[in-house]
Each structure stands twice: as C-alpha cells, then as structure tokens.
Design a protein around this ligand. Structure first.
Ligand SMILES: [Zn+2]
Ligand SMILES: [Zn+2]
Length: 176
C-alpha cells in the first residue's frame, strides 16, 4: 500500500528537511511503519535508534516526534539504512532494514517507488526483545579531571588512571 500520510503531512516533512529526496522518502516510510505498528503508543514513549544520520532521519524526527533534543532518538553510527523503534511502555521493539532495490531509476522515480511500495517489501523486519536502550542523559555526570567540566559518564575516557572528557583525552592521546 502507498504511503498513508496526507499530502499536507508529506509537504510539511519535505519543508522541514529542505528538499525532497529518496532518503527522506525512506525515512517517512519508516516513520509510517513505526506509527502503524504502535498505533496507541504515547508519542513520548516512542524511541528510535537510527543507524544512519542521513536525510531519512529528518522524516523520522518530524513524523514520529523522536528527536535528538528529547533524547528519544539515538544515533548509532553504523552507516546502515536501518532504524529500530521501541515503545517504552510495553518494551516492544523491532528493527527495520531498508532492503528494497530501486535500480536504474532516476531520483523522482526512486521517490515515487519508495512512496508507493508496500512497507513489507521496502523493509526487512526483525523483532527485538532487548527493550529500548537507556537514554544517555539519565547516566550520572562526571567531572573531567583535566578541564573540570561536567560531562556524561558515557562520554568519558580513562587515561593513566584519570577520567577525562573527549577533547581533553584527544589532547593527551595525541601527545602520547
Ligand atoms: Zn535529503
Ligand atoms: Zn576535559
């Protein structure tokens, strides 16, 4: 079935992203997959883990409300067209991998194809039972022993028995 979002929603998503492109179309379809799979989910309970930081993420941010600022959009830099969605209230989740080939088509044809193909043909779905990953911001802050600034524990590095923030670690690491 073709994309269920209204022409108006699609227009606004394109406006948010700045241009229409195949990547954004993939993101919009992934968002649609998420919203149809969790129709009753409280939007603030949705979590998305994206394995790419390309165009498609804007479609997901705009349409699902999972954003970096709210902490319910997590980027894992694997360079894959893959998105995992979780509903924190039920702990249900699944991972979508874009697995459709739109070979030989021009940009406009690719967009049309992505917008009109069945979701089940566009993505390979894998059930996840791990629950949503914890948001990094709930972890305790730590003080960098070099600059004294507070940083998230997950962003600290150990260097010769000291806890350092990433910029300070890079400085000593380069000198070493
Ligand atoms: Zn784009
Ligand atoms: Zn520091």
């Amino acid at each position: 079935m073709a994309c269920k979002f209204s022409t108006e929603q699609i227009r606004k998503t394109i406006e948010f992203h700045g241009h229409s492109c195949p990547g954004l179309a993939i993101g919009m379809r992934a968002a649609e997959y998420c919203l149809t799979s969790f129709p009753d989910a409280d939007p603030t309970a949705l979590v998305c883990v994206t394995e790419t930081d390309m165009c498609g993420v804007d479609g997901i941010q705009y349409l699902t409300g999972c954003t970096f600022g709210k902490g319910n959009l997590i980027h894992r830099d694997y360079g894959k067209m893959a998105f995992s969605f979780f509903d924190r209230t039920t702990n249900e989740g699944f991972r979508l991998v874009f697995s459709y080939t739109t070979e030989g088509a021009g940009k406009e044809d690719m967009i049309k194809c992505v917008m009109e193909t069945d979701l089940s043909e566009l993505f390979t779905r894998q059930e996840l039972h791990s629950g949503a990953p914890r948001s990094a911001r709930v972890l305790t802050g730590m003080i960098c022993e070099s600059c004294g600034e507070r940083t998230m524990e997950s962003r600290t590095r150990r260097y010769r028995g000291q806890t350092l923030c990433i910029p300070c670690f890079r400085q000593v690491d380069q000198k070493a």
